[in-house]
Design a protein around this ligand. Structure first.
Ligand SMILES: Cc1cc2nc3c(=O)[nH]c(=O)nc-3n(C[C@H](O)[C@H](O)[C@H](O)COP(=O)(O)O)c2cc1C
Length: 235
């Protein structure tokens, strides 16, 4: 994926990147190991809407801070993620499970950061986000495969104070259960994450929220770069 990808291209390319990832050849794995990556996860059932737009702002800021980091946006709406499997309950007749495709993508050691974005649904994350996070228990059971990846969270609501921070905190808690390293939106505001306000199905008018998304992306990239350099010098 191009490092200087525009918002529309980034959203549009997500599906193609997923197909490439699902193929999972050794060559692809080696290539991605060399190219460190930050993945944005859109957990709105509405693809390409305000949560996707906020994540795109965030991922652009990742690349602005460190052009060596690759970025990818994954739309969870493209995947069937049955939540009951997290509790050991079987698929319903005809139900598909696409979660293994995500395991391959997110468990890649080249993935150094994961930014989860959710719409605010009645003061908390979307059901799709919860299903995804519950199924991420598979990483925990498999030797904490998400351990030490940098985790950032953003939330978008249709009210300025519609529960974005509550939503972020809930998601952060689940990421902490993965032993990930959780960051907020960093300086200058240094709050708990990116909080955005959807007005007429757009975040374009929300300068404050958009700034928090940029700051979150920069903070994730900053930490990812610090870990890479510590790793390189065996600290
Ligand atoms: C079921 C449901 C519950 C919602 N609850 C809230 C809420 O509690 N607070 C809020 O600010 N917005 C709420 N919203 C609005 C969405 O959070 C908002 O439209 C968001 O931008 C949608 O993200 P998307 O454009 O990526 O789908 C709710 C929307 C739905 C469908």
């Amino acid at each position: 994926m191009s490092h200087s990808m525009g918002r529309r291209e980034m959203i549009g390319a997500a599906g193609a990147a997923m197909v490439a990832g699902a193929l999972g050849s050794g060559a692809v794995a080696q290539e991605s190991k060399a190219q460190r990556k930050v993945i944005g996860i859109n957990s709105s059932p509405r693809k390409g809407k305000t949560t996707a737009a906020a994540l795109t702002v965030c991922l652009e800021a990742v690349q602005e801070l460190d052009p060596k980091l690759d970025v990818e946006l994954i739309e969870l709406a493209d995947f069937s993620i049955p939540a009951q499997l997290a509790a050991g309950q079987p698929l319903k007749a005809g139900e598909a499970d696409d979660f293994p495709k995500l395991v391959e993508r997110l468990g890649d050691p080249a993935v150094v950061g994961i930014i989860v974005g959710s719409p605010v649904y009645f003061g908390n994350m979307s059901a799709l986000c919860k299903a995804f996070l519950d199924r991420c228990g598979a990483f925990r059971s498999d030797g904490f495969k998400l351990r030490n990846k940098v985790g950032g969270v953003l939330a978008v609501g249709s009210a300025r104070n519609g529960g974005q921070e509550l939503t972020i905190r809930s998601i952060q808690t689940a990421l902490m259960c993965q032993d990930m390293i959780i960051v907020g939106d960093g300086q200058p505001s240094a709050r708990i994450g990116a909080t955005l306000w959807n007005q007429n199905d757009s975040i374009a008018e929300d300068a404050f929220g958009t700034d928090t998304a940029k700051n979150l992306g920069r903070r994730v990239a900053e930490l990812a770069r610090m870990f890479a350099s510590a790793e390189a010098t065996n600290v």
